[in-house]
Design a protein around this ligand. Structure first.
Ligand code: HXC
Ligand code: NAP
Length: 292
Protein backbone atom coordinates (compact mmCIF):
# COMPACT_ATOMS: atom_id res chain seq x y z
CA UNK A 1 0.00 0.00 0.00
CA UNK A 2 1.29 3.52 -0.84
CA UNK A 3 0.61 6.76 1.02
CA UNK A 4 -0.93 8.46 -2.04
CA UNK A 5 -3.40 5.72 -2.90
CA UNK A 6 -7.14 6.34 -2.76
CA UNK A 7 -8.18 5.43 0.76
CA UNK A 8 -11.94 5.18 1.10
CA UNK A 9 -14.28 2.57 -0.30
CA UNK A 10 -15.88 3.39 -3.66
CA UNK A 11 -19.33 4.41 -2.38
CA UNK A 12 -18.11 6.47 0.60
CA UNK A 13 -19.75 9.67 -0.72
CA UNK A 14 -22.56 8.11 -2.77
CA UNK A 15 -25.75 10.19 -2.71
CA UNK A 16 -24.02 13.34 -1.44
CA UNK A 17 -24.03 16.69 -3.18
CA UNK A 18 -20.92 18.75 -2.47
CA UNK A 19 -20.09 22.36 -3.34
CA UNK A 20 -16.36 23.15 -3.62
CA UNK A 21 -15.44 26.84 -3.84
CA UNK A 22 -12.28 27.37 -5.89
CA UNK A 23 -12.89 23.90 -7.35
CA UNK A 24 -11.56 24.70 -10.82
CA UNK A 25 -7.87 24.48 -9.97
CA UNK A 26 -5.25 23.27 -7.50
CA UNK A 27 -6.33 21.45 -4.36
CA UNK A 28 -10.03 22.19 -4.99
CA UNK A 29 -9.80 20.39 -8.33
CA UNK A 30 -7.96 17.40 -6.81
CA UNK A 31 -10.51 17.07 -3.99
CA UNK A 32 -13.38 17.34 -6.48
CA UNK A 33 -11.88 14.57 -8.59
CA UNK A 34 -11.76 12.24 -5.57
CA UNK A 35 -15.28 13.17 -4.37
CA UNK A 36 -16.58 12.25 -7.85
CA UNK A 37 -14.74 8.92 -7.76
CA UNK A 38 -16.41 8.22 -4.39
CA UNK A 39 -19.88 8.70 -5.89
CA UNK A 40 -20.71 12.31 -4.97
CA UNK A 41 -22.17 14.89 -7.33
CA UNK A 42 -20.05 18.03 -7.11
CA UNK A 43 -20.67 21.69 -7.98
CA UNK A 44 -17.46 23.68 -8.45
CA UNK A 45 -17.49 27.44 -8.26
CA UNK A 46 -15.09 30.37 -8.70
CA UNK A 47 -14.85 33.59 -10.73
CA UNK A 48 -13.63 32.05 -13.99
CA UNK A 49 -16.50 30.12 -15.64
CA UNK A 50 -14.44 29.00 -18.64
CA UNK A 51 -11.83 27.40 -16.38
CA UNK A 52 -14.58 25.75 -14.30
CA UNK A 53 -16.32 24.31 -17.36
CA UNK A 54 -13.07 22.91 -18.72
CA UNK A 55 -12.30 21.33 -15.33
CA UNK A 56 -15.83 19.91 -14.98
CA UNK A 57 -15.62 18.32 -18.46
CA UNK A 58 -12.17 16.88 -17.75
CA UNK A 59 -13.19 15.44 -14.36
CA UNK A 60 -16.44 13.96 -15.70
CA UNK A 61 -14.49 12.18 -18.43
CA UNK A 62 -11.85 11.00 -15.97
CA UNK A 63 -14.26 9.76 -13.27
CA UNK A 64 -17.61 9.17 -14.99
CA UNK A 65 -19.15 11.36 -12.26
CA UNK A 66 -21.46 14.39 -12.37
CA UNK A 67 -19.75 17.79 -12.00
CA UNK A 68 -21.51 21.14 -12.40
CA UNK A 69 -19.71 24.47 -13.00
CA UNK A 70 -21.18 27.70 -11.58
CA UNK A 71 -19.52 31.13 -11.69
CA UNK A 72 -19.46 33.04 -8.41
CA UNK A 73 -17.20 35.58 -6.74
CA UNK A 74 -17.47 34.55 -3.09
CA UNK A 75 -16.82 38.15 -1.99
CA UNK A 76 -20.26 39.16 -3.25
CA UNK A 77 -23.23 37.88 -1.21
CA UNK A 78 -25.67 38.34 -4.13
CA UNK A 79 -23.48 36.11 -6.33
CA UNK A 80 -23.20 33.52 -3.54
CA UNK A 81 -26.99 33.41 -3.08
CA UNK A 82 -27.48 33.11 -6.86
CA UNK A 83 -24.88 30.28 -7.01
CA UNK A 84 -26.68 28.48 -4.16
CA UNK A 85 -30.01 28.69 -5.98
CA UNK A 86 -28.41 27.48 -9.22
CA UNK A 87 -26.95 24.43 -7.45
CA UNK A 88 -30.29 23.68 -5.75
CA UNK A 89 -32.06 23.89 -9.12
CA UNK A 90 -29.53 21.49 -10.62
CA UNK A 91 -29.12 18.98 -7.77
CA UNK A 92 -32.16 19.54 -5.49
CA UNK A 93 -30.16 19.81 -2.26
CA UNK A 94 -26.61 20.26 -0.98
CA UNK A 95 -25.07 18.14 1.80
CA UNK A 96 -21.55 19.50 2.09
CA UNK A 97 -19.88 22.87 1.58
CA UNK A 98 -16.09 22.96 1.14
CA UNK A 99 -14.78 26.52 1.62
CA UNK A 100 -11.53 26.20 -0.35
CA UNK A 101 -11.38 29.44 -2.41
CA UNK A 102 -8.57 31.76 -1.36
CA UNK A 103 -6.41 34.67 -2.41
CA UNK A 104 -2.90 35.28 -1.16
CA UNK A 105 0.55 36.69 -2.01
CA UNK A 106 3.74 37.38 -0.06
CA UNK A 107 4.51 41.01 0.75
CA UNK A 108 5.95 43.06 3.59
CA UNK A 109 2.85 44.39 5.33
CA UNK A 110 4.02 48.02 5.06
CA UNK A 111 3.89 47.65 1.26
CA UNK A 112 0.19 46.72 1.29
CA UNK A 113 -2.50 49.23 0.39
CA UNK A 114 -5.69 49.12 2.39
CA UNK A 115 -7.40 47.61 -0.65
CA UNK A 116 -4.74 44.88 -0.97
CA UNK A 117 -5.33 43.85 2.66
CA UNK A 118 -9.12 43.98 2.17
CA UNK A 119 -8.92 41.89 -1.01
CA UNK A 120 -7.48 38.91 0.88
CA UNK A 121 -9.79 39.36 3.89
CA UNK A 122 -12.76 39.57 1.52
CA UNK A 123 -11.95 36.41 -0.45
CA UNK A 124 -10.95 34.26 2.51
CA UNK A 125 -12.93 35.44 5.54
CA UNK A 126 -15.89 37.26 4.01
CA UNK A 127 -16.16 34.66 1.22
CA UNK A 128 -16.29 31.83 3.76
CA UNK A 129 -18.83 33.80 5.81
CA UNK A 130 -20.98 34.49 2.71
CA UNK A 131 -21.10 30.81 1.73
CA UNK A 132 -21.50 29.47 5.26
CA UNK A 133 -24.36 31.86 6.10
CA UNK A 134 -26.18 31.19 2.84
CA UNK A 135 -25.94 27.38 3.00
CA UNK A 136 -26.37 27.18 6.80
CA UNK A 137 -29.53 29.33 6.90
CA UNK A 138 -31.03 27.17 4.15
CA UNK A 139 -30.21 23.96 6.02
CA UNK A 140 -31.85 25.40 9.16
CA UNK A 141 -34.95 26.52 7.23
CA UNK A 142 -35.42 23.20 5.43
CA UNK A 143 -34.48 21.15 8.55
CA UNK A 144 -31.99 19.19 6.46
CA UNK A 145 -29.77 17.01 8.69
CA UNK A 146 -26.33 15.35 8.28
CA UNK A 147 -24.87 18.40 6.56
CA UNK A 148 -21.34 19.66 7.06
CA UNK A 149 -18.89 22.42 6.24
CA UNK A 150 -15.18 21.82 5.69
CA UNK A 151 -12.92 24.88 5.77
CA UNK A 152 -9.44 24.84 4.26
CA UNK A 153 -7.18 26.93 6.48
CA UNK A 154 -3.42 26.65 7.01
CA UNK A 155 -1.05 26.24 9.95
CA UNK A 156 -0.43 29.98 10.31
CA UNK A 157 -4.12 30.32 11.19
CA UNK A 158 -2.94 29.37 14.69
CA UNK A 159 0.75 30.41 14.64
CA UNK A 160 0.39 33.65 12.68
CA UNK A 161 3.01 34.51 10.02
CA UNK A 162 4.77 37.59 8.77
CA UNK A 163 4.66 38.47 5.05
CA UNK A 164 1.20 36.90 4.59
CA UNK A 165 -0.52 38.91 7.32
CA UNK A 166 -3.92 39.44 5.61
CA UNK A 167 -4.13 35.72 4.87
CA UNK A 168 -3.09 34.83 8.44
CA UNK A 169 -5.76 37.16 9.87
CA UNK A 170 -8.42 35.79 7.53
CA UNK A 171 -7.58 32.12 8.07
CA UNK A 172 -7.54 32.68 11.86
CA UNK A 173 -11.05 34.13 11.51
CA UNK A 174 -12.15 31.12 9.48
CA UNK A 175 -10.79 28.80 12.17
CA UNK A 176 -12.71 30.74 14.85
CA UNK A 177 -15.85 30.46 12.71
CA UNK A 178 -15.30 26.71 12.37
CA UNK A 179 -15.03 26.14 16.11
CA UNK A 180 -17.85 28.56 16.99
CA UNK A 181 -20.44 27.14 14.61
CA UNK A 182 -19.41 23.56 15.39
CA UNK A 183 -21.03 24.20 18.77
CA UNK A 184 -23.81 26.67 17.91
CA UNK A 185 -25.21 24.88 14.85
CA UNK A 186 -24.69 21.25 15.93
CA UNK A 187 -28.32 21.33 17.10
CA UNK A 188 -29.37 21.76 13.46
CA UNK A 189 -27.49 18.62 12.40
CA UNK A 190 -24.47 20.44 10.97
CA UNK A 191 -20.79 19.61 11.55
CA UNK A 192 -17.94 22.08 11.04
CA UNK A 193 -14.31 21.05 10.62
CA UNK A 194 -11.10 22.41 9.09
CA UNK A 195 -7.91 21.11 7.58
CA UNK A 196 -4.58 22.93 7.85
CA UNK A 197 -2.32 21.79 4.99
CA UNK A 198 1.39 22.49 4.86
CA UNK A 199 3.00 22.91 1.43
CA UNK A 200 1.13 21.06 -1.35
CA UNK A 201 2.43 22.22 -4.75
CA UNK A 202 -0.18 24.06 -6.84
CA UNK A 203 0.34 26.70 -9.50
CA UNK A 204 -1.88 29.19 -7.67
CA UNK A 205 0.06 29.03 -4.41
CA UNK A 206 3.56 28.50 -5.83
CA UNK A 207 3.35 31.48 -8.26
CA UNK A 208 2.31 33.81 -5.43
CA UNK A 209 4.15 32.42 -2.40
CA UNK A 210 7.27 30.79 -3.86
CA UNK A 211 8.37 32.74 -6.93
CA UNK A 212 11.64 31.29 -8.35
CA UNK A 213 14.19 33.45 -6.42
CA UNK A 214 12.40 32.73 -3.12
CA UNK A 215 12.12 29.01 -3.90
CA UNK A 216 15.85 28.80 -4.54
CA UNK A 217 16.55 30.37 -1.13
CA UNK A 218 13.80 28.76 0.96
CA UNK A 219 13.15 25.28 -0.42
CA UNK A 220 9.99 24.24 1.50
CA UNK A 221 11.15 20.60 1.62
CA UNK A 222 14.03 21.62 3.92
CA UNK A 223 11.59 22.90 6.54
CA UNK A 224 9.63 19.64 6.71
CA UNK A 225 10.77 16.85 9.08
CA UNK A 226 9.32 14.20 6.77
CA UNK A 227 11.49 15.64 3.99
CA UNK A 228 8.94 16.15 1.24
CA UNK A 229 5.91 18.25 0.27
CA UNK A 230 2.37 16.85 0.38
CA UNK A 231 0.71 14.91 -2.43
CA UNK A 232 -2.78 16.04 -3.38
CA UNK A 233 -4.29 12.59 -2.83
CA UNK A 234 -3.11 12.66 0.79
CA UNK A 235 -5.18 15.78 1.44
CA UNK A 236 -8.12 14.46 -0.60
CA UNK A 237 -8.13 11.25 1.48
CA UNK A 238 -8.30 13.22 4.71
CA UNK A 239 -11.00 15.63 3.54
CA UNK A 240 -13.14 12.87 2.00
CA UNK A 241 -13.07 11.03 5.32
CA UNK A 242 -14.01 14.13 7.35
CA UNK A 243 -16.97 15.07 5.16
CA UNK A 244 -18.22 11.48 4.76
CA UNK A 245 -20.56 9.78 7.22
CA UNK A 246 -17.49 7.95 8.60
CA UNK A 247 -16.54 11.33 10.11
CA UNK A 248 -19.90 11.75 11.87
CA UNK A 249 -18.37 12.22 15.35
CA UNK A 250 -15.74 14.71 14.17
CA UNK A 251 -16.92 18.25 14.90
CA UNK A 252 -15.04 21.50 15.58
CA UNK A 253 -11.67 19.94 14.76
CA UNK A 254 -8.78 21.32 12.73
CA UNK A 255 -6.50 18.62 11.38
CA UNK A 256 -2.97 19.60 10.38
CA UNK A 257 -1.40 17.71 7.47
CA UNK A 258 2.07 19.17 7.01
CA UNK A 259 4.72 16.48 7.67
CA UNK A 260 5.53 18.20 10.98
CA UNK A 261 6.47 21.54 9.36
CA UNK A 262 4.97 23.97 11.87
CA UNK A 263 6.24 22.09 14.91
CA UNK A 264 9.76 22.12 13.50
CA UNK A 265 9.55 25.90 13.33
CA UNK A 266 8.11 26.07 16.85
CA UNK A 267 10.58 23.87 18.80
CA UNK A 268 13.35 26.16 20.08
CA UNK A 269 16.14 23.63 19.59
CA UNK A 270 14.97 21.91 16.42
CA UNK A 271 17.61 23.64 14.30
CA UNK A 272 20.29 21.70 16.20
CA UNK A 273 19.85 19.00 13.57
CA UNK A 274 22.47 20.97 11.64
CA UNK A 275 25.09 20.09 14.29
CA UNK A 276 27.42 17.31 13.07
CA UNK A 277 28.37 14.18 15.12
CA UNK A 278 31.93 15.33 15.78
CA UNK A 279 30.60 18.61 17.10
CA UNK A 280 28.17 16.72 19.36
CA UNK A 281 31.16 14.77 20.78
CA UNK A 282 32.83 18.07 21.73
CA UNK A 283 29.60 19.59 23.04
CA UNK A 284 28.85 16.58 25.20
CA UNK A 285 32.31 16.73 26.69
CA UNK A 286 31.97 20.43 27.44
CA UNK A 287 28.52 20.03 29.03
CA UNK A 288 29.63 17.05 31.16
CA UNK A 289 32.64 19.05 32.36
CA UNK A 290 30.31 21.87 33.49
CA UNK A 291 28.07 19.31 35.26
CA UNK A 292 30.93 18.00 37.32
C1 HXC B 1 1.27 44.12 -3.06
C2 HXC B 1 -0.60 43.60 -4.32
C3 HXC B 1 0.08 42.48 -4.89
C4 HXC B 1 1.43 42.24 -4.47
C5 HXC B 1 -1.93 42.56 -5.72
N1 HXC B 1 -1.83 43.61 -4.88
N2 HXC B 1 -0.78 41.87 -5.76
N3 HXC B 1 -0.02 44.41 -3.42
N4 HXC B 1 1.96 43.08 -3.55
N5 HXC B 1 2.13 41.21 -4.94
C6 HXC B 1 -2.84 44.60 -4.60
C7 HXC B 1 -3.30 45.36 -5.84
O1 HXC B 1 -2.39 46.41 -6.18
C8 HXC B 1 -4.66 45.88 -5.37
O2 HXC B 1 -4.53 46.98 -4.50
C9 HXC B 1 -5.17 44.76 -4.52
O3 HXC B 1 -4.04 43.99 -4.14
C10 HXC B 1 -6.16 43.86 -5.28
O4 HXC B 1 -5.50 43.39 -6.45
P1 HXC B 1 -6.32 42.98 -7.76
O5 HXC B 1 -5.36 42.41 -8.73
O6 HXC B 1 -7.18 44.12 -8.20
O7 HXC B 1 -7.31 41.88 -7.14
P2 HXC B 1 -8.01 40.64 -7.80
O8 HXC B 1 -8.04 40.75 -9.30
O9 HXC B 1 -9.28 40.47 -7.07
O10 HXC B 1 -7.00 39.41 -7.45
C11 HXC B 1 -6.87 38.92 -6.16
C12 HXC B 1 -5.45 38.45 -5.87
C13 HXC B 1 -4.92 37.46 -6.94
C14 HXC B 1 -5.48 37.79 -4.47
C15 HXC B 1 -4.53 39.65 -5.83
O11 HXC B 1 -3.62 37.02 -6.62
C16 HXC B 1 -5.84 36.26 -7.12
O12 HXC B 1 -6.79 36.30 -7.89
N6 HXC B 1 -5.60 35.18 -6.36
C17 HXC B 1 -6.46 33.96 -6.37
C18 HXC B 1 -5.67 32.68 -6.22
C19 HXC B 1 -4.65 32.66 -5.14
O13 HXC B 1 -4.22 33.69 -4.58
N7 HXC B 1 -4.22 31.46 -4.82
C20 HXC B 1 -3.20 31.21 -3.80
C21 HXC B 1 -3.81 30.64 -2.58
S1 HXC B 1 -2.52 29.98 -1.69
P3 HXC B 1 -4.69 48.53 -5.01
O14 HXC B 1 -4.57 49.36 -3.78
O15 HXC B 1 -3.57 48.75 -5.98
O16 HXC B 1 -6.04 48.62 -5.65
C22 HXC B 1 -2.81 30.03 -0.08
C23 HXC B 1 -1.79 29.19 0.68
C24 HXC B 1 -1.73 29.41 2.13
O17 HXC B 1 -3.70 30.62 0.41
C25 HXC B 1 -0.62 28.70 2.87
C26 HXC B 1 0.59 28.20 2.18
C27 HXC B 1 1.51 27.38 2.99
P1 NAP C 1 -5.42 27.93 -6.13
O1 NAP C 1 -5.35 26.87 -7.17
O2 NAP C 1 -4.98 29.32 -6.47
O3 NAP C 1 -6.90 27.93 -5.58
C1 NAP C 1 -7.60 29.06 -5.17
C2 NAP C 1 -8.94 29.02 -5.84
O4 NAP C 1 -9.76 30.05 -5.30
C3 NAP C 1 -8.88 29.22 -7.35
O5 NAP C 1 -9.55 28.17 -7.98
C4 NAP C 1 -9.60 30.54 -7.58
O6 NAP C 1 -10.36 30.48 -8.78
C5 NAP C 1 -10.50 30.62 -6.36
N1 NAP C 1 -10.83 32.00 -6.01
C6 NAP C 1 -9.98 33.02 -5.77
N2 NAP C 1 -10.66 34.14 -5.51
C7 NAP C 1 -11.97 33.82 -5.58
C8 NAP C 1 -13.16 34.56 -5.41
N3 NAP C 1 -13.14 35.87 -5.12
N4 NAP C 1 -14.35 33.91 -5.56
C9 NAP C 1 -14.38 32.58 -5.85
N5 NAP C 1 -13.28 31.84 -6.04
C10 NAP C 1 -12.09 32.46 -5.90
O7 NAP C 1 -4.56 27.55 -4.81
P2 NAP C 1 -4.52 26.21 -3.92
O8 NAP C 1 -3.12 26.04 -3.50
O9 NAP C 1 -5.23 25.10 -4.59
O10 NAP C 1 -5.35 26.66 -2.62
C11 NAP C 1 -6.55 26.01 -2.25
C12 NAP C 1 -6.79 26.21 -0.76
O11 NAP C 1 -5.77 25.55 -0.01
C13 NAP C 1 -6.78 27.65 -0.28
O12 NAP C 1 -7.74 27.84 0.74
C14 NAP C 1 -5.40 27.81 0.30
O13 NAP C 1 -5.33 28.83 1.26
C15 NAP C 1 -5.23 26.45 0.93
N6 NAP C 1 -3.83 26.06 1.19
C16 NAP C 1 -3.02 25.74 0.18
C17 NAP C 1 -1.73 25.32 0.46
C18 NAP C 1 -0.78 24.90 -0.61
O14 NAP C 1 0.38 24.59 -0.30
N7 NAP C 1 -1.20 24.82 -1.86
C19 NAP C 1 -1.27 25.29 1.80
C20 NAP C 1 -2.15 25.65 2.81
C21 NAP C 1 -3.44 26.03 2.50
P3 NAP C 1 -10.65 31.77 -9.73
O15 NAP C 1 -9.36 32.45 -9.93
O16 NAP C 1 -11.26 31.17 -10.95
O17 NAP C 1 -11.65 32.61 -8.99
Amino acid sequence: MKHAEQMLRDDALAGKVIVVTGGGSGLGKSMTSYFLKLGARVAITSRNLKKLETTAQELMQETGGDCYAVACDVRNIDEVEAMHIQVLENYGAVDVLVNNAAGNFIAPTERLSSNAFDTILDIVLKGTKNCTLTFGKHWIKTKQKKTNVLNVVTTYAFTGSGYVVPSACAKAGVLAMTRSLAVEWAKYGMRFNAVAPGPFPTKGAWDRLLPAPIKRKFDPKKRIPIGRVGEHQELSNLVAYIISDFGAYLNGEVITIDGGEWLKGAGQFNNLEQVKKTMWDLLELAIRRKNS
